[in-house]
Ligand binder design. Structure first.
Ligand code: 13P
Length: 244
């Protein structure tokens, strides 16, 4: 069985005091059992705090976005090289909140994934359909289109990403995909990855995952872990998900 990877996406939450308590709970509470890995993706300003709290622990960390550019006149952006200096292993790219609120398109997401890889980071590439797209029967075509843009840009490096399936209708809504619904999409994504020689890419599920529903999702053969929003803000709950 593949390693189960559980990644917390704190989104725009936290503060120095909150983070210290949460990071202490993770560093002290995570015993790194075989076959399980965890990571947290924090807001940019806190990466130095995360690095000093988690260095030497078995908890990895990363950022929630990354620039497609290496350096230069890109006000407000943060490069992959900068993230690497703060010990980041991961950078989330193409989260639906970036796609929806910041107009990120497939080509930009692919360029960000490439930039992350070139600095030695692992991009966690998010794909997922809206409720309207699901209702129109377009789930498969949407996620395959989103993945194909990244596959085309990365070529033989596709095997170095982590993929996250996050149905937009399940994010922060309390409505999660059923294990069977998740598995169906994950199997489609796995087949596309395999066709590109990247069968072993971890495919995470995200969208209202909690300790109470994680075990059923993680039991699916093509679900390799989770990308956790709200529930990752509670260290105990997050660790319970990681052990599901
Ligand atoms: P929730 O777990 O809060 O639904 O968020 C999921 C998500 O968007 C993780 O990236």
């Amino acid at each position: 069985m593949r390693t189960k990877l559980t990644v917390g996406n704190w989104k725009m939450n936290g503060g120095l005091a909150d983070n210290a308590a949460r990071l202490g709970g993770l560093a002290g509470g995570w015993k790194a059992p075989a076959g399980r890995e965890i990571a947290v993706c924090a807001p940019f300003p806190y990466l130095a705090q995360v690095q000093s709290a988690l260095a030497g622990s078995a908890v990895a960390w990363g950022a929630q976005d990354v620039s497609a550019h290496a350096s230069g006149a890109y006000t407000g952006e943060v490069s992959a090289g900068m993230l690497a200096e703060f010990g980041c292993r991961y950078a989330i790219v193409g989260h639906s909140e970036r796609r929806q609120l910041h107009g990120e398109r497939d080509g930009t997401v692919a360029a960000k994934a490439k930039a992350a890889l070139s600095a030695g980071l692992t991009p966690i590439v998010c794909v997922g359909e809206t409720l309207a797209e699901r209702d129109a029967g377009a789930t498969e075509s949407v996620v395959i289109r989103q993945l194909a843009a990244v596959a085309d840009a990365l070529g033989g490096d596709l095997g170095r990403i982590v993929l996250a399936y996050e149905p937009v209708w399940a994010i922060g809504t309390g409505r999660t995909a059923s294990p069977a619904e998740a598995q169906a999409v994950h199997a489609t994504l796995r087949a596309r990855l395999a066709g590109a020689g990247a069968r072993d890419v971890a495919v995470l599920y995200g969208g209202s995952v909690k300790a109470a529903n994680a075990a059923a999702l993680y039991a699916m053969p093509d679900v390799d872990g989770g990308l956790i929003g709200g529930a990752s803000l509670d260290a105990k709950e997050f660790l319970a998900i990681a052990l599901a």
